[in-house]
Design a protein around this ligand. Structure first.
Ligand code: ZN
Length: 325
């Protein structure tokens, strides 16, 4: 087989990752761009530019491009109907990108492609039923049911981050009209908010001193301080981990998954996050599902979306050609 590669592009709420990926899902060249405060036209320009750079630097033939975008898709039309955390509304995304890139383009929700990567070669490999959560700016969800990615009636599944876990909870983010969503209380955004509150309450803690020193209280700093043993930072991550556990208990009861995979930027906290989540699942979910389920970190970490988008492109090419890759 010739050394054909695809480019996978993961468009997150704050940054875009692109990479040239081989059929064994090895990544050969990476490109990163900020997408903060861009309008829709600028966002599409950044995506085109990142693909061009990955294509020129890859040193191998690029056969197609896959995009994971944080939008609700209508797969009947290829239209990205709405994105919660990025300015995308009613964009015929695949058509626009096919024309601008001159390559076959395949598009799916970013959390769905992350689930595809983890199922194909990561922490959910071989699972028949799996739940894959991507916790960053928001919370994306992907479901593997009967060994296949579940996309719903028109391709808009599985928005697990917008399951309500607190009926009268805080308003959700961006373009979600709901309140008390899992995403509203347990995303990286929520972690930063809770950490800021705790920093103010505990000014002599490491977190409190960081705030007084003018540092931005965001996920990476909270995680770093927690790994260094700061009790206030650990408390913020434990709180998010407990809420994660409440959500996972729901998924365990509903889907009886073999494995729940947690990825996205927030999983940098590792066991500090997953330990409290497992404890809540053990207390609140139903047997026998709760006793069988494994709750683990994603293998591909922050690259799951990019690698999954590349896998989506290989799948798309194979479907067009009528062969498996
Ligand atoms: Zn929501």
């Amino acid at each position: 087989m010739p050394a054909r590669r695809t480019i996978g592009v993961d468009m997150g709420g704050t940054k875009l990752l692109a990479g040239a990926v081989d059929p064994r899902l090895g990544v050969h060249h990476r490109v990163q761009r900020s997408v903060v405060d861009l309008d829709q036209a600028a966002l599409l320009d950044v995506a085109v530019d990142a693909v061009r750079e990955a294509r020129e630097s890859g040193g191998a033939e690029i056969a197609a491009v896959g995009f994971g975008i944080p939008a609700l898709m209508d797969q009947r039309t290829g239209i990205a109907v709405v994105a919660v955390n990025l300015p995308l509304f009613d964009v015929p995304f695949a058509d626009v990108m096919t024309e601008r890139l001159g390559l076959p383009v395949f598009v799916d929700n970013d959390a769905n492609v992350a689930a595809l990567a983890e199922h194909r070669a990561g922490a959910a490999r071989g699972a028949s039923e799996a739940v894959v959560l991507t916790i960053g700016t928001g919370i994306g969800g992907g479901l593997i049911l009967r060994g296949e990615l579940y996309r719903g009636a028109v391709g808009a599944a599985a928005e697990l981050g917008h399951m309500v876990i607190e009926m009268d909870g805080p308003p959700c983010q961006g373009n979600c009209p709901n309140q008390g969503c899992f995403e509203a209380v347990a995303s990286g955004t929520a972690l930063a908010r809770e950490a800021l509150r705790i920093a103010r309450e505990r000014p002599s803690s490491g977190l409190g001193r960081a705030l007084a020193g003018g540092r931005e209280i965001a996920g990476p700093l909270v995680t770093e301080l927690a790994h260094d043993g700061d009790a206030a930072a650990i408390a913020a991550i434990e709180l998010i981990g407990e809420r994660l556990g409440v959500a996972i208990a729901n998924f365990v009861n509903i889907f009886n998954p073999e494995v729940v995979v947690v990825g996205g930027g927030v999983i940098a906290a590792g066991e500090l996050l997953l330990g409290p989540a497992r404890a809540v699942v053990a207390q609140r979910a139903l047997p026998p599902s709760r006793d069988e389920v494994k709750i683990v970190a994603a293998r591909f970490g922050v690259e799951a979306g990019m690698i999954g988008a590349a896998a989506l492109a290989f799948d798309g090419l194979a479907r067009k050609a009528g062969v498996a890759w």
